[in-house]
Design a protein around this ligand. Structure first.
Ligand code: HEC
Length: 156
């Protein structure tokens, strides 16, 4: 490679780097804001399975074994949690939040001082069904995305 070639290549990189950075920023920002931004980091949540949603969002506070934690905050156990007998109670908790529990409905989701965080109704149904049938919970009934959506519509 002679010096004139490397000079031209260097110029090409410098000229396109700015355009590439703008394009990358646009690509990263639009889908992340449209549907979901992580509560604990800003990565988009594209998971569809209940287990993946749990691992990406819920376990940061409720812990991987769902036994909760006491320390900087008080995070209740979801393992063997009798309050989960009501699938509506659990879905509403995830949709609307509860005291220090953030809301994940796209209508209500507001992260802690960060960008809005939301999960789709399908993601909420999946994680509700996953938690209610794992971690020592044995509830047999399941919730559908349509039922989650209906619960969300009831609230302003
Ligand atoms: C930022 C921390 C945080 C995250 C993330 C979080 N929670 Fe919570 N969650 C809490 C806190 C704090 C409470 C207790 C709220 C209260 O004071 O009643 C709670 C309560 C709950 C309850 C009610 C439990 C009971 O017995 O009263 C359920 C159900 C629940 N969370 C499910 C979830 C699910 C599912 C996710 C993931 C989509 C999740 N949480 C993500 C902090 C969190």
């Amino acid at each position: 490679m002679n010096s004139s070639q490397s000079g031209a290549w260097g110029y090409f990189c410098a000229a396109t780097a700015a355009a590439c950075a703008l394009l990358a920023a646009a690509l990263i920002h639009s889908p992340a804001r449209a549907q979901s931004a992580g509560i604990l980091n800003s990565a988009p949540i594209s998971a569809t399975g209940g287990q993946q949603v749990y691992e990406q969002i819920c376990q940061g506070c409720h812990m991987p074994d769902a036994k909760g934690a006491v320390g900087a905050g008080n995070y209740p156990a979801l393992a063997g949690d009798r309050a989960l007998a009501s699938r509506q109670f659990m879905a509403l908790t995830v949709l609307l939040g509860r005291r220090n529990m953030p809301a994940f409905s796209s209508k209500h989701g507001i992260g802690f001082g960060g960008p809005p965080t939301s999960l789709s109704y399908a993601q909420i149904a999946a994680v509700v069904n996953y938690v209610r049938s794992n971690f020592g919970n044995h509830f047999r009934d399941t919730i559908t995305p349509e039922e989650v959506a209906a619960l969300d519509q009831r609230k302003p």
